[in-house]
Design a protein around this ligand. Structure first.
Ligand code: ASP
Length: 429
């Protein structure tokens, strides 16, 4: 049995765990009346333990993973400042497109209300029912009183700010702080490895979470989950086929259809691999084929794979609304602004590997006090959404790269328009 499982990819194992959990939960809900076996043994012990052990493992990862990767990410970004304005413009566009993405997702969540009807409040206890800080509190809370207690308490915004500052300083000090640079780089590697180990438990964790949820809710859980998937897909479609083409037209007047015709193969690869990082070589190649200078793309594409994840941010925005509605939590304006900021930072802070968006989702939830248990419900169906959002993530990287290279005259328009074949690189730096 186990050796057979080994042949199945982790994503599919999670999917199987989800479907089995759903079936077992529904069977328990409809056919099992024995409350001792059902409620005491299974629901409150076996499934509760299995599901929450997994959630605790995920939570354990968040603070060190985000902290190390923000430090390492920023330390390497600041290096490229020497490249000049290109670095600054690229980072700005990346941040803005991600902020647009979360905002769209939150709007969709508010309009379609995917979590309404799920009524999770009855299944897991909620800490506070209204999350409504004032704007000034939000701003003040970004600066840690004591960074170590923020790290210990998992207060994400101060942790992010502290990480950003250390990253900037490491980049500035360079070899004067080489040992620390190494420590953070290796710490980041260790946390990535730990993440992939924890993910191996995901199929069992997801099975337990789904069984518990559907055992309590029955069919009532299916409609909100379907609505959640639809919301994320709508958000991803808007970003890919409305926001990106509009940016391309506004900033470059290039034809988006010509772009998509060529770029579709990169999107398919990202879709099937679920990782922006692994898509970097293909993305670079395609952009050269479209006339973009490698001098720009070889810097902006790897940077984008790490700091620009618009598709991921869309999933996170919808997930926040889904969870808030499911738990009956009222998110005020400043909580929503916190979500936008944290989701943008989550996108900056982690590398483009499969499912990492779910880990950082914990941090987005924590930032506004949403119960992370809700992540368990969307975990099972996340594999497919991860595939689609990775395709959007890499498209965002490519569009920003085209805009930046166009504006820096590092793009051959005749090549883009198919009037001549791709030529030797012209060097602009
Ligand atoms: N798989 C995504 C990527 O590599 C990240 C995520 O959303 O989990 O871009």
């Amino acid at each position: 049995m186990l050796s057979r499982l080994k042949g199945i990819s982790l994503g599919n194992q999670i999917l199987i765990g989800m479907v089995l959990g759903m079936i077992v939960g529904l069977i328990l809900n409809f056919y099992v009346t024995d409350t001792f076996i059902k409620d005491i043994v299974l629901m409150n012990n076996v499934f509760y333990l299995g599901g929450n052990l997994f959630i605790k493992l995920m939570k354990m990862l968040v603070v060190p993973l985000v902290f190390f990767s923000i430090v390492v990410g920023v330390a390497s970004i600041s290096d490229v400042r020497t490249i000049g304005s290109i670095g600054g413009t690229t980072i700005l566009i990346y941040l803005i497109t991600t902020a647009i993405a979360v905002t769209i997702a939150l709007e969709i969540g508010i309009i379609i209300q995917p979590g309404v009807g799920l009524n999770m409040g009855g299944i897991t206890e909620t800490a506070n029912l209204t999350v409504n800080q004032t704007m000034t509190d939000t701003i003040l809370n970004i600066i840690p009183d004591n960074p170590f207690s923020s790290l210990a308490n998992g207060d994400m915004l101060p942790v992010i700010i502290f990480g950003l500052l250390i990253g900037i300083i490491l980049a500035k000090l360079k070899e004067k702080a080489e040992t620390f640079n190494k420590i953070f780089t290796e710490g980041n590697r260790i946390m990535m490895e730990m993440t992939s180990i924890v993910m191996k438990f995901a199929p069992i964790g997801v099975f337990c979470l789904m069984a518990k949820t559907f055992g309590s809710l029955g069919f009532d859980g299916i409609i909100p989950l379907t609505k959640y998937i639809i919301c994320v897909l709508i958000g991803l479609a808007i970003q890919a086929f409305i926001v990106y083409p509009s940016l391309l037209v506004i900033f470059t007047r290039l034809n988006p259809i010509k772009f998509f015709k060529r770029f579709i193969s990169v999107m398919f690869f990202a879709f099937s691999s679920s990782t922006s990082n692994a898509t970097i070589p293909l993305n670079l190649d395609k952009l050269s084929e479209m006339g973009v200078s490698r001098d720009v793309s070889s810097f902006t594409i790897p940077l984008g794979a790490t700091i620009n994840m618009d598709g991921t941010a869309i999933m996170q925005g919808v997930a926040v609304m889904f969870a808030a509605q499911a738990y009956g939590i009222d998110l005020g304006t400043s909580a929503l602004l916190t979500v936008i900021f944290t989701a943008v930072m989550a996108s900056v802070g982690t590398a483009g590997v499969p499912s990492v968006g779910l880990v950082t989702l914990t941090m987005v939830f924590n930032s506004v006090g949403l119960p992370v248990q809700a992540i368990g419900i969307i975990f099972g169906i996340d594999h497919v959404l991860d595939m689609v959002r990775t395709a959007v993530n890499v498209t965002g990287d490519a569009i920003c790269t085209i805009i930046v290279s166009f504006r820096n005259k590092a793009m051959d328009l005749d090549v883009f328009n198919g009037k001549k074949p791709p030529k030797e690189e012209e060097h602009i730096m």
